[in-house]
Design a protein around this ligand. Structure first.
Ligand code: 5GP
Length: 231
């Protein structure tokens, strides 16, 4: 995320990791099925996953379908402007520098990735975006924007670039298709409250949690504390 000040808002929200773990597993497994190689091996339990070790490319790939967030501030674009085509932006992964926006030329100049890798990643991003737009549209959610990361790995002796890191309401902006209610981390960033109910709503709509299940912030908190005590 682009930072406009040095202070980063941070806190631990009980239960969020459990929901993100399930949502990310769901999305990455579905992406695997359409041929997008990614780091997920399997979800181990409520809070942990086994993932493939990759050499992470130090770039955050931001994909935007609708302008909101940092781009509106940076360029004075009206919030909610629908983009004609998906827009891919690159940020250099460095917390101390606030993940600054960079161009493809910077990536090549400093050898952060090769032209071949960038071209491959761009193709993957557009397929991932198409798939995720459809998946969320089917459950009444607009995929506004999201962040992806990629890593290098050798598979059967061949160098590959695969999707790495989680995909969840922490890394995507998700708005209800009708009401435009925010169902993502902006509830925390903008102090809107009700973050766990929003993430739960996303999980329920994706069919990960049953509609009738009485999973609530309290229940998830209890479950996660039990898990921790066992360790
Ligand atoms: P923006 O640049 O507007 O702040 O963020 C664009 C999109 O990328 C949002 O969906 C946001 O959640 C995601 N994003 C950008 N940087 C980060 C980051 O460092 N961490 C996480 N979790 N998401 C990010």
């Amino acid at each position: 995320m682009q930072l406009h000040s040095i202070i980063k808002k941070k806190t631990t929200i009980e239960g969020k990791g459990v929901l993100n773990n399930r949502i990310s597993e769901h999305i990455l497994s579905n992406l695997s099925q359409i041929g997008i190689k990614n780091h997920l091996v399997k979800r181990l339990n409520m809070r942990e996953q086994i993932i493939k070790l990759v050499e992470i490319i130090p770039i955050e790939f931001i994909v935007r379908n609708v302008a909101t967030g940092s781009i509106t501030k940076r360029l004075g674009i009206e919030d909610g402007t629908v983009l004609k085509e998906p827009l891919i932006e690159y940020c250099f992964k460095d917390d101390k520098l606030g993940d600054p926006l960079i161009s493809e030329e910077h990536i090549l100049a400093f050898d952060w990735a090769s032209k071949k890798e960038i071209d491959k990643v761009k193709k993957m991003i557009l397929r991932i975006n198409d798939f995720m737009i459809g998946m969320f549209r089917g459950v009444g959610i607009k995929l506004i924007d999201f962040k992806l990361e990629f890593g290098r790995i050798k598979i059967d002796g061949i160098n590959e670039v695969i999707l790495a890191d989680e995909i969840s309401p922490d890394t995507c902006r998700l708005w209800d298709s009708i009401t435009e209610k925010k169902l993502d981390k902006d509830r925390f960033r903008k102090d809107l409250g009700d973050l766990i109910p929003a993430y739960t709503e996303v999980a329920k709509r994706l069919g990960i949690l049953h509609e009738q299940s009485n999973v609530s912030a309290v229940n998830i908190t209890k479950l996660s504390s039990v898990k921790r005590k066992k360790k």
